[in-house]
Design a protein around this ligand. Sequence first.
Ligand code: ATP
Ligand code: MG
Length: 385
Amino acid sequence: MIHLDVPADPALAKVWDALPDARVVGGAVRDALAGRPVADFDLATPLAPEAVMAALKQAGVKVVPTGLAHGTVTAVMAGRGFEVTTLRRDVETDGRHAVVAFTADWKVDASRRDFTINAMSMARDGTVFDYFGGAADVEAGRIRFVGDPATRIAEDYLRILRFFRFYARYGRVPPDPATLDALKAGIPGLARLSVERVWHELRRILGAPDPAEAVGLMDRLGIRAAVLPEAAAVSRLAGLPADPILRLAGMLTGEPLALAERLKLSNEDRDRLVRLVATPGARGSDDDGTLRRLLADHAPADLIGRTWLDGEPDARRRLSGMPRPVFPLEGRDVVALGVPAGPRVGALLRDVRQWWLDGGCVANRAACQAELARRANLPNINVKR
Ligand code: ATP
Ligand code: MG
């Protein structure tokens, strides 16, 4: 029998006091066993949702009925949410969604969870209930379906991608042949998933500390081609930092905008992907002038992202310590020198800015004013010498 130290968490304790028969389930137990930090606690209970709500209210804990139809309510304590879900069994599955019924049987609830490492629960006294050998699998780095992999995948094809989410983070041994076959055989079912769900999982896979092995396996099985046909350069993941969009840019072999639109990326993610691809590289720029020129026209974060994609650690190091040059003149400086307001103001400003760029962005305000006066054929009245 495994025992864990119950986390010293006053907010969790308060929720648990109201629901003494509840257990912490899923990721929190897995991560505690793996010795990893636990971010949030999900609880399960044999109590029906109405009874859960009543017990929490009775104890003065705020409850929000976040998913009452599926048996989930959220207890809000000290500004944090604790999901409390009534034990469930699947009545019917359709490849993504399940019709569920409540149960009081912990093992039945555990058996509908996806992987052995996600199917454990921990009681209030720290006792871990591990019905399917999840603790040994955490230890071995083995991602194993609860039950028959092909059956579990046919119930919910999202589990193919979830497999790689957990394989990327916890996997240390390759899946067994039955799992490999089931993952591959499930590929046609991936088309039934919404692109939002697919991208949600891909983002988590690409955000893992080192997803190269997991994405390599997805590629070899044909899963990468099914969900990410525009990003075939999987070998380019090696060495990139844990940044999903940067890694996606690295793997990209198709059009960034088309990919972003197909997967319905947020505007922020889409813009960043497009910019990373469009930002010029610092390749071969061994003088700081070239780097300053790049910095004058592009966001530092994009240039630094580009150095990752181009494998230019030296440029990255120098860019990181460099202030961003700012062209020292504005339209009103041109007018102040006596140029009448109009299109010539903008044209002169652009010319002088180009001159400033060509010079490596070192000319100061006075030098730029002098150059402006020279180009505009005006006496350089405003410049102090
Ligand atoms: P993470 O730290 O990545 O959030 P997690 O284990 O908390 O990991 P969630 O997606 O938040 O993962 O799901 C919580 C738990 O619910 C899982 O541990 C698993 O037991 C169960 N679960 C979630 N989605 C599924 C699914 N599609 N099929 C079966 N069980 C699932
Ligand atoms: Mg979670």
